[in-house]
Design a protein around this ligand. Structure first.
Ligand code: ADP
Ligand code: MG
Length: 569
């Protein structure tokens, strides 16, 4: 018998699961079913690509998930015939080696139990949610193609134990001994059906509920007349409780938004409805179906380098991978959904995906489609504000990275500006429309703090001339990206800290006169400031303030280059 200690982070996590994250306990079924489905996906894929694996499986092997419960025993069991886990897998996946997800999950917790329980699935720590309801859990598993099976057991405190056991077929059995106070709720036919229907209806494999039910025998008319009592007996039930259809294969006209939403929840671990649903069937040179969603709230890991991609690839309804970051460009990493291709070979190896032409085509059209649907969304002001509050930033990255779609992305971006109220934003198109006819540039200022920027003395001459200036207060990003945007519909982007101010209402003579008048004082200032500044000169930039600091155009470029180099490591 081998006892193991949970790794510190896992221990912390388990403590949280059992003591604070109890607002939405039912999701443990969603998480375990999702793991079962992943395990079948993995074996499905190996069966197609690995001859040895194919040979070791029965000819008619088909993935399925079985759930059973026992009221008296206060237990619930979830069984799959997927890839299974050997001893190392068990230790690595559920126990000692904290995945990066575990640590970032603990870091991201807000203390708000409801919010935090939504994070569970997103951070790949779903398995542990079972300890919200379990007093003890056994995971009995046999890895496909291997001989020995193992049993992992734990009460969810401090340690777990692994012993070799006998199990006939590949796959995993999760035996959950429910806490006394949870037994009545979860060892129940109606409750399980309801939870599976809610979260796992469109899992691609059938989910069966197995239970015993008391049924009364049918009495004949004679027996009824004779007043005979019907005999009661226990009958075994084996009932399919999900649709098990790949939702995206159904015709759009047949699907209700509610079904789309349910499917979204089952693939995204999100409990909110999506903000946008985009279902596309393409026929022609390439035949494929895509179903994309934009979440209401940006995924928690959107700004982490090790973010989990949200799009799964299928070939003819067979799952291929959910770990391919190249299916969509990185700036669309918040999109969730699936791509199902009819043209890729079923045994396509994950390695060659990146160079695949078919996939590159799908990617290109998908990006166009997603951007055009976001454009449509922008007509709904309220919804679009929601969208922008979450995704303006990744889209800005897109305007910088995706040259082909730059114009379309620029149209989607929103900016704070001197002509919008605090907290409101403008599109570049409206900026152009508001501008006076001779203006041919988009002026902007970059800095850290919106209020400070709005009060900058540099804005004075623009205000006086009624020229709108974009207020870019996401300094880190805007400093690199905004100048690189170059132009929107031939209107150049100009940084007001380095460009010439717009209208010069002084003649050359007047200018000289003023310069001479102030010669002594500018000289003195330069002496005092010394090397700290390059030059002190008289300007018509300002109207109310006495002086300001500006960047030299070429210095500014230099500074940006250096920033960019730093950002690229
Ligand atoms: P995630 O599913 O996001 O990876 P989980 O905490 O839900 O995170 O599961 C952790 C890991 O445990 C999985 O990645 C998988 O390797 C393994 N695992 C869990 N359940 C099963 C199962 N039924 N069959 C095979 N492997 C499983
Ligand atoms: Mg999981």
């Amino acid at each position: 018998m081998a006892k193991h200690q949970f790794q510190t982070e896992v221990g912390q996590l388990l403590h949280l699961m059992t003591h604070s994250l109890y607002s939405n306990k039912e999701i443990f079924i969603r998480e375990l079913v999702s793991n079962a489905s992943d395990a079948i996906d993995k074996l499905n894929y190996l069966k197609l690509t690995d001859e040895k694996m194919k040979a070791s499986l029965p000819e008619d092997w088909k993935g399925e998930i079985n759930i059973s419960f026992d009221e008296k025993d206060k237990s619930l069991t979830i069984v799959d015939n997927g890839i299974g886990m050997n001893e190392e897998d068990l230790i690595a996946s559920i126990g000692t080696i904290a995945k990066s997800g575990t640590k970032s999950f603990v870091e991201a917790l807000t203390g708000d139990a409801k919010k935090d329980s939504n994070l569970i699935g997103q951070f790949g720590v779903g398995f542990y949610s079972v300890f919200m309801v379990a007093s003890n859990v056994d995971v009995i598993s046999k890895k496909a193609g291997e001989e020995q099976a193992y049993k992992w057991s734990s009460t969810g405190t401090g340690e777990f134990e692994i012993i070799p056991v006998i199990k006939e077929s590949n796959g995993t059995v999760i035996y959950i001994k429910l806490k006394d106070e949870e037994a009545q709720e979860f060892a129940s036919k109606y409750r399980i059906k309801n939870i599976v229907g809610k979260y796992s209806n469109h899992i691609a494999y059938p989910i069966f509920l197995n239970y015993q039910e008391e049924v009364s025998e049918e009495l004949s008319e004679e027996d009824k007349k004779a007043g005979k009592e019907p005999e009661k007996k226990l009958e075994k039930k084996h009932e399919k409780i999900n649709e098990a259809t790949a939702l995206w294969t159904q015709p759009k006209a047949k699907l209700k938004q509610e079904e789309y939403n349910d499917f979204y929840k089952s693939i995204s671990h999100d409990s909110q409805d999506p903000l946008l649903t985009i279902h596309t069937k393409a026929e022609g040179v390439n035949e494929y179906t895509t179903l994309f969603y934009i979440p209401k709230t940006a995924p928690m890991d959107m700004y982490r380098a090790d973010y989990q991609p949200g799009v799964k690839l299928y070939v003819k309804r067979v799952f291929i991978t959910d770990d391919e970051k190249e299916l969509l460009p990185t700036y669309l990493r918040f999109v969730r959904g699936i791509i199902d291709s009819e043209d890729l070979p079923l045994n396509v190896s994950r390695e060659i995906l990146q160079e695949n032409r078919i996939l590159a085509n799908i990617k290109q059209s998908s990006v166009k489609k997603i951007l055009s649907e976001i454009k449509k969304l922008s007509k709904d002001e309220e919804k679009y504000e929601e969208f922008i509050s979450q995704y303006n930033r990744p889209l800005k990255e897109g305007a910088y990275q995706d040259f082909t779609n730059k114009e379309a992305i620029l149209e989607l971006l929103r900016f704070k500006s001197t002509k919008t109220e605090l907290g409101k934003m403008t599109s570049l198109e409206s900026y152009k429309q508001r501008a006076e006819s001779e203006q041919k540039a988009i002026y902007y200022i970059v800095g850290e703090n919106e209020k400070v920027l709005r009060n900058s003395p540099l804005l004075e001459s623009y205000k006086k001339n009624d020229i709108e200036v974009l207020v870019c207060d996401d300094k880190e990003l805007d400093e690199i990206i905004t100048p690189a945007l170059q132009a929107y519909k031939e209107w150049e982007f100009k940084d007001i800290t380095s460009c010439e101010p717009p209208k010069v209402e002084q003649s050359e003579e007047e200018k000289k006169e003023v310069e001479e008048k102030f010669q002594d004082i500018t000289k003195k200032i330069k002496e005092v400031l010394g090397e700290a500044v390059k030059e002190v000169k008289v300007t018509n930039r300002l109207s109310d303030s006495a002086s300001c600091v500006v960047k030299d155009a070429s210095d500014a470029q230099m500074a940006q280059m250096m920033q960019m180099m730093r950002a690229m490591g």
